[in-house]
Design a protein around this ligand. Structure first.
Ligand code: F6R
Length: 246
């Protein structure tokens, strides 16, 4: 895993945009899995601005949702697909037909197999953009997830329910289960970009960079991947030992 430092959240958005655009220029028909949540919001804004000036650049790209809440209705306000649409695909003018999305009400075994098949049919993921949960989760792959896990239904960890409460009002508003691309699925992507921003991520970023690699910290799998980049801002890196950063 290679580290790229950003000044702050906005700078992280610009640097992440450059990585995504670089992949698109190399392979216009790329398949990308994109995280939702707060961290990628500036990146989405930057990408939407590029898409408005150069819509052809995004025309052949296809997108897959990294994760979704399970057991909610298709039009539930908490649907992560709606978050992706609001922050990125709508302002970028991306055709809904170009998004492969989890259907939260479908039979989860069939649905997860459908998503895996869609990725395989495309020839694999070209880029995965991940956020970092406060407990080290990537997608909804919670601590204890196998590094070989495939796309599946999972129970959200208590810490994830706590952190997701800020999106929806209270912990009671957070669905208890999710659907997520598996760690094994994500590891097969040609490029992986992990984003971390803000002081609230400093402790988990320090653990990620300095602690042991293992399934107790799902994101640590990326330390085994030479094609993975950690793009983190100064606040998120503030607890990392200086020698490791340089
Ligand atoms: C969301 C997702 C999650 C978030 C993570 C960080 O699609 O996959 O793993 O990326 O919980 O969330 P934020 O960016 O809101 O801190």
């Amino acid at each position: 895993m290679r580290l790229i430092e950003a000044e702050d959240h906005e700078d992280l958005g610009r640097k992440a945009r450059d990585v995504v655009i670089g992949v698109l220029r190399t392979r216009p028909a790329s398949l990308m899995a994109l995280a939702t949540g707060n961290t990628p919001v500036p990146m989405f804004r930057e990408l939407a601005a590029v898409a408005r000036t150069d819509p052809l650049l995004f025309q052949q790209a296809r997108f897959v949702t990294l994760d979704e809440y399970a057991d909610i209705t298709s039009d539930d306000r908490r649907r992560l697909l709606s978050w992706l649409n609001r922050e990125f695909t709508s302002p970028a003018g991306i055709d809904q037909q170009h998004i492969i999305a989890f259907e939260p009400r479908a039979d989860h075994l069939i649905e997860c197999a459908r998503i895996e098949d869609a990725i395989a049919e495309h020839g694999g993921l070209d880029l995965v953009v991940l956020g970092l949960g406060p407990n080290g989760h990537i997608g909804f792959n919670e601590p204890g997830s196998s590094f070989a896990s495939r796309t599946r239904k999972v129970a959200l960890a208590a810490e994830s329910i706590r952190s997701n409460a800020s999106y929806w009002g209270s912990e009671a508003d957070v669905p208890r289960n999710g659907l997520t691309l598996g760690i094994g699925t994500l590891r097969e992507a040609r490029s992986i970009l992990l984003l971390a921003s803000g002081a609230s991520k400093a402790a988990i970023v320090a653990r990620l960079m300095q602690g042991p690699v293992g399934e107790a910290l799902p994101a640590s799998v990326l330390r085994l991947c030479t094609k993975a980049i950690l793009l983190a801002d100064h606040a998120a890196l503030s607890e990392v030992d200086h020698l490791i950063r340089s």
